[in-house]
Design a protein around this ligand. Sequence first.
Ligand code: NAG
Ligand code: NAG
Length: 310
Amino acid sequence: MHALLRIPVVLPLVATILLMLLVQSTRRQVSCRVGAPLDVESVDSIASVRDEVRQLRELVENDTHRRHEDKSLSDPPGESPKTVLVGLLTVPSKLQRRALIRSTYLQIKPPEVDFFFVFGTPATLEDARLLEWEQRLYKDIIIIDCEENMDSGKTFHFFDHVARTFPDGKYPFVMKTDDDVWLHLPNLAERLQSSPRQGTYFGRSVQDSFMAGMGYAVSWDIVKWISTDSFPGENKIGQEDAMLAWWLQRGQVIKNWISEDYEFYDDPSFKEGWAHDYTPGTILVHRLKNETLFIRASAHFLEPQKTTRR
Ligand SMILES: *[C@@H]1O[C@H](CO)[C@@H](O)[C@H](O)[C@H]1NC(C)=O
Ligand SMILES: *[C@@H]1O[C@H](CO)[C@@H](O)[C@H](O)[C@H]1NC(C)=O
């Protein structure tokens, strides 16, 4: 993905679009659809995987409904209005990264942020069971109607799912992010609270043409537009971050283009490109490819005193 991301950095927008069309035509066969064929291990029968997946979906749906019902009875005391729903697109096998995220930046998640790990349809019995158990414990799982494939339309299905599943207007913003970042949720929420809530496309722009896929947010009107206009669904295969900008530009729905050029950056150890030292206003640190880097960032943001002492 990062190799792909670098190509548009050296090419003008026209070339980017040509590339997207090329990628799209060569990958059209890996479409994301309901009832996609399952990649089943020899010991699992297709029927038992389907059963398990059905149960997982039902569990997630039940939990989602319960959440909405609780809210509609009356706002529980201390419940703040929401600012952003964050969806982190990942795969079942990255359990250790989820454990790290839950133990670190989710510990400082403000109440106005709701956070979910987003998966395509699990392909094995083990994956489906694992996600079911995690959902029972953490209630932070979203399953979308999509095969688990990079750039196979997962981003489209995420926004579409959110638009159709959550109450209209509950979240002024919806963010998509990846599992190789450290996300500073209090800073993110604060920054979005003071941002316009119509036609907003927020992130870090690559050559003024799209917001980098490591993390970007759009306002709720854009989420609805993605879900209701036919163009995004018909053009969902390709490099997801550039594709999204292409949809929005074509639909002329961007009114506020907000690129945070300093607070979205690469890990300091990277020493090139977008890398610089950690900042107090950090929103997102990218390229945390291994657990050492992730834990170092966590130590900096969660235990600043200890980090300076060392
Ligand atoms: C979901 O809720 C329905 C209705 O309350 C219940 O019958 C069903 O067992 C629930 N499913 C799961 C997986 O919890
Ligand atoms: C993690 O990545 C950093 C930077 O590339 C490297 O210095 C470090 O040795 C890596 N740690 C592990 C455990 O692979």
